[in-house]
Write a protein that binds this ligand. Structure first.
Ligand code: ZN
Length: 118
């Protein structure tokens, strides 16, 4: 994957985290527009209802303002299971999302990408 610099108005302040199995398209352009501290792009998932909360992001394709990365303390990713261990309550992305929200940062979601392992 190659991202062209002109498409990254926030490129110097918002590092982009992209899985190595995503594909960008014209539908991804919106991902680079919101002026929020965290921005995630959507992609097809087995459970599309996960996108019903506008502050949900999944990796994928996510960018963070550098000051968010400095403020959030590890662990960043941790899966949370039901007490019996049989069910997943939070994926690693949502664990990080909750930490970002607790710190009061703005989360936006915009654009689509193709994520090939789903
Ligand atoms: Zn996730």
């Amino acid at each position: 994957m190659q991202i062209k610099t002109p498409a990254l108005p926030f490129g110097k302040t918002h590092p982009v985290f992209a899985d190595n199995d995503i594909t960008l398209s014209k539908q991804t352009d919106a991902f680079f527009r919101p002026d929020a501290e965290v921005v995630g792009a959507m992609f097809d998932l087995p459970d599309m209802a996960t996108w019903s909360d506008p502050e949900v992001f999944h990796f994928g394709l996510v960018r963070f303002h550098r000051h968010v990365l400095a403020a959030i303390q590890p662990p960043w990713f941790q899966r949370v299971y039901t007490p019996d261990g049989a069910g997943l309550v939070k994926c690693g992305c949502q664990y990080l999302r909750d930490k970002v929200k607790e710190e009061g940062y703005r989360i936006a979601r915009a654009g689509w990408c193709r994520h090939w392992h789903y």
